[in-house]
Write a protein that binds this ligand. Structure first.
Ligand code: 6GU
Length: 226
């Protein structure tokens, strides 16, 4: 998989890919991340990427030309499955979308800033608009990092067996069960006995029950209740 991220602040997006699981995924050649600084596609001398909005009103709007230049340049080199625009008014991101995106070959992610991009960018280039929740961030970069993390960890080979994505919360619309590790008794706070019993069918069924109970208590909406 190849992800091209278009941004006015590429620095925000360097460290997430330089550590831990995402770093290893890149090293293993399972994903390529390419950051593109929108200012490199500006032709005027002031390196201006935004301007006042037509009709008046507070807030700057990202201009279409640098974005067109960047996207058109990328598309001339390879085909893209999606051009995703990160914006608080996009479709709410969830595990289902993460799963679908993890199967794609090449995607472009455009990070919005200020009042957003000129509507013509959305009309003519963007194929999918994503928000990560009902709150406003200063820009789409942190949201893009969230989306990249969630999809890259789903690419086969990125996670080892010990961290399999199949048992994550949400993967089956249930929250994950509680987990414990050594010591089995910490200051009198004990691990549920079943987990140290060695009875694996029973442990599995306990975990399923816990998942269900947790979901019912914390996220009844996932069960179609409430
Ligand atoms: Cl994708 N961008 C911004 N600026 N704010 C957000 C968001 C995206 N998702 C939630 N809030």
């Amino acid at each position: 998989m190849r992800i091209d991220i278009i941004t006015v602040v590429p620095d925000i997006l360097t460290s997430p890919f330089e550590v831990s699981i995402l770093k290893r995924a890149i090293e293993k050649g399972l994903v390529e991340i390419h950051l593109h600084n929108l200012r490199d596609y500006v032709t005027d001398n002031y390196k201006q990427i935004d301007d006042y909005q037509f009709g008046g009103g507070a807030g700057m709007v990202m201009m279409i030309e640098p974005i067109d230049k960047c996207i058109t340049n990328l598309k001339s080199q390879r085909d893209y499955d999606e051009v995703i625009y990160m914006t608080p008014d996009g479709d709410k991101f969830d595990q289902r979308t993460a799963n679908a995106l993890s199967l794609k070959g090449n995607i472009i992610i455009l990070c919005g800033h200020y009042k957003g991009v000129d509507q013509r960018v959305r009309d003519h280039f963007v194929t999918k608009e994503i928000s990560i929740g009902d709150y406003v961030l200063s820009g789409g970069e942190l949201a893009a990092a969230v989306v990249c993390d969630s999809i890259i960890r789903l690419i086969p080979g990125v996670l080892g067996n010990e961290t399999s994505a199949l048992t994550d919360s949400f993967q089956d619309d249930l929250l994950a069960p509680p987990v414990y590790t050594r010591p089995a008794d910490y200051k009198g706070w004990k691990v549920p006995e079943i987990l140290t019993s060695g009875n694996f069918p029973k442990i599995e069924s306990w975990r399923e029950d816990q998942s269900y109970e947790r979901t019912k208590k914390l996220r009844p909406d996932l069960l179609g209740e409430e």
